[in-house]
Design a protein around this ligand. Structure first.
Ligand SMILES: Nc1ncnc2c1ncn2[C@@H]1O[C@H](COP(=O)(O)OP(=O)(O)O)[C@@H](O)[C@H]1O
Ligand SMILES: [Mg+2]
Length: 340
C-alpha cells in the first residue's frame, strides 16, 4: 500500500474518482484555428492553435480514435487537478461533428525540446526544474492520482519564463489501495522495476522512479540513464547498476519471480557506486546532495523510495527553498528563480 495519500480517494468519494460514466458536454470547435503541428504520439496529434474569441494561443490535442473510457479518464483527471501547481490547464473540450474527432484545448507552453535543453542546464537549473516537477507530483498524488508516464517528453518547459508544466494525463489513474493496475504503462527508459517484474499493486511511488531516472540523466549528462531495447533488457540495465543482491531481496520481499534467459539477468552483478558515472564533463553536477537524493529515489523497492514530499524537503533543494522564500518578497518574479 502507498506510504502516503493511500485513502485520499476513499475520503473524497466516487464523485471525485469515478469516470466510467462521466457525461461530457462537448463544445463546437468553431473558435479554434490550427497554426502548426507541435507534436504527437500514440494517442494524439498536437497543434499550436489560436482561440479566435480572444486571440490567445492555445494547444489543440486531437485525440486519435481511442476508448471512450480513456478519454473520460484524461478529462476527469485534468478537471480534478485544475489550478494545481505546474499542472497543464485544460481550457475546453470540443468535438468536430463532420470528422467526429475529439480534441482537448489546453494551455500553450513555448517549450524547448528537452534533447536540446537538458545538456545546457546548469546545476542550479536542474535543481529548480526537478523541484517544480516534484511540486506538481506531490500535489497530484495528494489528490489520489498517479501520472504513470513521467518522462522528459511529457514535461513542457518555457525557459524564458522558467515555467514548467506536467502534461499528458492520458495514462493517469486514480489510486485505490490493494488494487491491481496494468503494468503496460510508462515509457521504457522510465519504467520502474515493479512494471518490469510484473508487480501490479503499485502506487504513486512509480512516478518517483521516473524522477530518479531524470535526475540521473541530468546530473550525469546522459540522454536516458537506463536504456534497454526491450523490457527484459531494460530490467537488465537496472540490475547491472543497482546490483543483483538487492534485486533478489526485493523479489523475495514481494514474492516475485522473474523467468528469463537474458544473460545479464542470469549473471551476478555487483552494485556500481554512483561515483563511477562521474566524468570531467558532468563533475560540477554531481554534488554529494545530488547523489544522496538519487540514491534514495532509484530503489527497486517502491516502499523505500522517497515520496514526492520527502524529496522536496531533501537538502539537495535547500537553495531552491531559500530562493522560494525570497520570491515572496520579489513581486516582479513569480518563477521561483529569484535566487538565480
Ligand atoms: N501544452 C502544450 N504546450 C506545448 N506543447 C505541447 C503541449 N501539450 C502537448 N504538446 C506537444 O505534443 C506532444 C504530445 O502531447 P501529449 O499530451 O504528450 O500526447 P500523447 O498522449 O499523444 O503523448 C508533447 O510531447 C509536446 O511535444
Ligand atoms: Mg506524451
Amino acid at each position: 500500500m502507498a506510504r502516503v495519500y493511500a485513502d485520499v480517494n476513499a475520503e473524497l468519494g466516487p464523485g471525485w474518482y469515478e469516470y466510467e460514466h462521466l457525461h461530457i458536454e462537448w463544445n463546437v470547435p468553431d473558435n479554434y484555428e490550427i497554426i502548426k503541428r507541435v507534436g504527437g504520439g500514440k494517442f494524439s496529434e498536437v497543434f499550436q492553435g489560436i482561440d479566435t474569441s480572444n486571440e490567445e494561443t492555445c494547444v489543440i490535442k486531437v485525440l486519435k480514435p481511442i476508448a471512450k473510457r480513456k478519454i473520460r479518464r484524461e478529462i476527469k483527471v485534468l478537471r480534478n487537478l485544475a489550478g494545481g501547481p505546474n499542472v497543464i490547464s485544460l481550457l475546453d473540450v470540443v468535438r468536430d461533428p463532420p470528422s467526429k474527432s475529439h480534441s482537448l484545448i489546453m494551455e500553450y507552453v513555448d517549450n524547448t525540446d528537452w534533447k536540446l535543453l537538458y545538456p545546457t542546464f546548469t546545476e542550479l537549473e536542474i535543481k529548480h526544474y526537478l523541484f517544480q516537477l516534484l511540486t506538481a507530483l506531490d500535489f497530484v498524488h495528494s489528490r489520489g492520482i498517479m501520472h504513470r508516464d513521467v518522462k522528459p517528453g511529457n514535461i513542457m518547459f518555457d525557459r524564458a519564463n522558467h515555467k514548467l508544466r506536467l502534461i499528458d494525463w492520458g495514462l493517469a489513474e486514480f489510486y485505490h489501495p490493494n488494487t491491481e493496475y496494468h503494468i503496460r504503462v510508462g515509457s521504457r527508459p522510465y519504467k520502474s522495476p515493479e512494471l518490469l517484474v510484473g508487480y501490479s499493486m503499485y502506487d504513486y511511488s512509480l512516478d518517483l522512479w521516473c524522477v530518479g531516472c531524470m535526475l540521473a540523466a541530468m546530473i550525469f549528462r546522459k540522454e536516458h540513464f537506463f536504456r534497454g531495447r526491450d523490457n527484459e533488457e531494460q530490467l537488465a540495465r537496472i540490475v547491472k547498476v543497482l546490483g543483483t543482491d538487492t534485486f533478489e531481496r526485493y523479489l523475495e520481499k514481494y514474492n516475485m519471480q522473474v523467468e528469463t534467459d537474458h544473460p545479464d539477468l542470469l549473471r551476478k552483478h555487483a552494485r556500481v557506486p554512483w561515483a563511477k558515472f562521474v566524468t570531467n564533463d558532468n563533475r560540477p553536477n554531481v554534488t554529494p546532495e545530488a547523489v544522496d537524493l538519487l540514491d534514495r529515489l532509484l530503489r527497486y523497492d517502491h516502499q523505500e523510495r522517497l515520496t514526492a514530499a520527502e524529496a522536496l524537503s531533501h537538502t539537495y533543494f535547500n537553495s531552491v527553498r531559500f530562493g522560494a522564500a525570497n520570491k515572496v518578497k520579489d513581486p516582479v518574479s513569480d518563477s521561483g528563480f529569484a535566487s538565480m
